[in-house]
Design a protein around this ligand. Structure first.
Ligand code: ADP
Ligand code: MG
Length: 701
């Protein structure tokens, strides 16, 4: 077989056929034979050893046992029946169990013949069992070539149902590897292979599927992990270079009166050093003739808004308009109020545009934007509708970016002849490794310092059984004039179950904190926007003492007088969400508190999360822990998980490999961006495949 044969459509491979090919395409993006080789095993099982039944200890271990079946019977259960075979070796007895396809299995099973069985051990009612074991006659097993470490490929119900089993994948891949030995050409420069003592591509391909030994496996995996990171980084770094060279942006050449006036007379506090540094970084970007694409990270309360606002003044000083886009109507409204206040003495025109803006007002805004009468526009997604046209948009700020996809970001660009500068602000501290792979095309600024005088929020973990004491604490705080948040998890917008929790909670709060002495607000996602805004407003104005809410208040809401955040069923929240919620308090001069309420029974992860929350208020530390606990997909939400669709490398565990890959990639792009050096030619084919938008593993070997 030669390289072009690896391009043969998968249905022509022996044992596959059109039906299986169909599921392989759907589930794995496997179209041609080559793609099959790029399905990497999830794990490997050790089939080099055989265990005795008397040695079995742990449920859920995978074991291989030689023995005989002594009897077969059906056992009826609540629903239907199961097929059970008694299996013995010279040391003991276990059960083999099947819950489906009995007939076919029953016909095949023989008693008193030696079998080798393999599977995961269960322990129930004093008996060990294996459900749906791999089972093979010992005679046959002996004649087969031994595979000590057997690959286990990713699988799904759909695949198994259509007959795409692990055995089939193993056979097909084995077949491909045998006939395509010589076609795996090295795609990394010689010097890197030597530097890192990388296993060559052909050998690595064989060993990642059928490892000769654990040592070989380790080397093969290292090679592919490096390769995966390396090409992704190569592309990101190169794109950034091209981007800087090619995408022209408006040059804000001067720092004008708006900025200077505000700096001298408008600021009611001294900027932190971090804020000043970030403003300098932004000024440098917008002062060059390339378009700015900057991510501004800063913990909740670190003062990103003022930095964003002063950047907008830079735009206005140079005759441009600016806009700020927030993820929700509530947040847009808050930004609008805050920024209008800041603009009061500056004689600037600001407007807000959201889904709730009435048609008449909307038309006015459209007209004022086009004429240039309007300097600043604040709003939600409504800002990127096609009808919204600026006279000359110079800067677009996106707050809480993780809620917007990359697509929406690029849509903002198409509003003028030149793209506006883009500043993305996020309070979700993204660990550096993640930021590196995710936002290779963005420059990153960090506000790593809180305004002076902030007291850290005292955080405690309390069990539901302590509720009465927590309520007493709430009463005391209200007595002192403070306000309280009580937040319920709402994992799914549509989950009625979660709403029931919320409503039950609201009722019990209303009972324990009766009117008229206590006033309670409630805000959740199923309410009409105007009702939400009304309730929110009552709380902001201090007319209500307690705000019972779902996570709609998670981002941005600013009520300095609120000093207690109670999070119900806190175990159901991720760390970054908990941290965001905690950020709603501690905004005023008073000592603030965050109380995490959970039941007594907690999983290990949940316990770690509660502990981490009580121990640290450093958003970056929290997000590192979060990444470890949950994996990157979750952290970013679904919108961006595609970017992290890594086949073999792991962002957390292989952090070090990522760093190495990145530094090699940087070196190459710096010295030979066109890959012209003979040694770099090997990169071109893989790189080009990648740039066509295929994932790294789709390229031709
Ligand atoms: P976030 O980064 O979470 O968006 P904000 O921009 O909302 O934070 O700022 C939180 C609060 O801190 C605001 O009330 C803001 O006016 C205030 N603030 C911002 N910078 C400073 C500073 N340097 N000194 C004192 N207070 C500040
Ligand atoms: Mg903010």
């Amino acid at each position: 077989m030669n390289a072009s044969n690896l391009q043969t459509p998968i249905e022509y491979l022996k044992g596959i056929g059109p039906q299986k090919a169909e599921v392989l395409k759907k589930e794995f993006d496997v179209f041609v034979c080559q793609d099959l080789l790029n399905i990497f095993p999830n794990r490997y099982v050790d089939k080099s050893t055989y265990r005795k039944i008397s040695e079995l200890k742990d449920a859920s271990a995978e074991v291989q046992i030689v023995g005989k079946i002594t009897g077969i019977r059906y056992v009826t259960q609540k629903k239907g029946k199961r097929l059970v075979a008694d299996f013995i070796d010279e040391t003991g007895q276990i059960e083999l169990v099947w819950f489906r396809a009995y007939k076919w299995i029953l016909e095949k099973l023989k008693t008193n013949v030696a079998y080798v069985v393999f599977g995961k051990i269960n322990y129930y009612n004093g008996t060990f069992s294996i459900a749906h074991p791999d089972i093979e006659l010992l005679e046959k097993h002996k004649n087969k070539g031994r595979i000590p470490l057997q690959p286990v490929y990713p699988s799904s119900d759909k695949l198994t149902r259509k007959g795409v089993t692990n055995t089939l994948l193993m056979k097909s891949i084995h077949q491909l590897l045998t006939v395509s030995k010589s076609v795996f050409v090295e795609n990394l420069p010689q010097s890197i292979c030597e530097d890192l003592k990388l296993m060559n591509r052909a050998e690595a391909m064989r060993n990642v599927h059928f490892p000769q030994s654990l040592d070989h496996l380790g080397k093969a995996q290292f090679r592919f992990k490096f390769e995966e990171f390396f090409f992704i980084q190569l592309r990101l770094i190169r794109q950034k270079l091209v981007h800087q060279k090619k995408i022209k942006g408006y040059t804000f050449s001067k720092v004008g009166t708006y900025f200077n006036d505000f700096y001298k007379n408008g600021l009611t506090f001294e900027l932190t050093d971090a804020q000043k540094r970030v403003l300098r970084e932004i000024r440098k970007d917008v002062g060059s003739n390339a378009q700015m694409n900057r991510l501004l990270q800063g913990d909740v309360g670190s003062g990103k808004t003022i930095v964003g606002f002063m950047s907008m003044l830079m735009a206005i000083d140079n005759g441009f308009q600016a806009c700020l886009m927030a993820p929700t109507g509530i947040l847009a409204q808050q930004h609008f109020e805050g920024i209008s206040e800041l603009c009061e003495k500056l004689d600037l025109k600001v407007a807000i545009l959201t889904g709730a803006t009435k048609t008449k007002r909307r038309r006015e805004i459209h007209a004022d934007l086009l004429s240039g009468d309007l300097h600043l526009l604040i709003g939600t997604h409504a800002l990127i509708e096609d009808k919204v046209k600026f006279k000359n948009l110079g800067l677009a700020i996106i707050d809480e970016q993780h809620r917007f996809g990359v697509k929406q970001r690029s849509k903002l660009w198409r509003k003028n002849d030149l793209p506006p500068h883009v500043l993305v602000m996020t309070a979700t501290p993204i660990p550096r490794t993640l930021a590196m792979s995710l936002y290779g095309d963005l420059d990153i600024s960090v506000i790593d310092e809180l305004p002076p005088g902030r007291k850290t929020v005292k955080t405690v973990h309390r069990y539901d059984s302590n509720r009465l004491r927590v309520f007493q604490f709430i009463r005391d705080e209200i007595e002192k004039g403070r306000q309280i948040y009580i937040v319920y998890p709402l994992i799914e917008e549509s989950s009625n179950f979660d709403y029931k929790d919320l409503m039950d909670g609201y009722e019990s709060i209303s009972r324990d904190f009766p009117m008229p002495k206590y006033q309670t607000s409630i805000v959740h996602g199923k309410m009409k926007p105007e009702d939400k805004a009304y309730e929110m407003q009552r709380f902001v104005e201090g007319k209500t003492h307690i705000m019972v809410a779902t996570t709609v208040i998670e981002v941005g809401v600013n009520v300095p007088n609120a000093s207690v955040m109670i999070i119900e069923s806190a175990e159901r929240f991720g760390l970054s969400q908990l941290h965001q919620l905690r950020g709603r308090v501690g905004r005023g001069a008073e000592q603030s508190y965050c109380i995490l309420m959970t039941g007594k029974k907690l999983g290990e992860d949940a316990r770690t999360r509660m502990q981490t929350m009580t121990q640290t208020s450093d958003g970056f530390k929290l997000s590192e822990v979060d990444l470890k606990l949950r994996g990157p997909g979750d952290l970013m939400g679904t919108q961006q998980s595609g970017v992290l669709d890594l086949k073999i490398a792991d962002l957390v565990k292989d952090n070090q490999i990522l760093k190495t890959a990145r530094s090699y990639a940087q070196h190459i792009v710096k010295n030979d961006p066109g890959f012209e050096h003979p040694e770099h030619r090997a990169l071109i084919s893989t790189y080009n495949q990648l740039s066509k938008g295929k994932t790294i593993w789709n390229y031709i070997s």
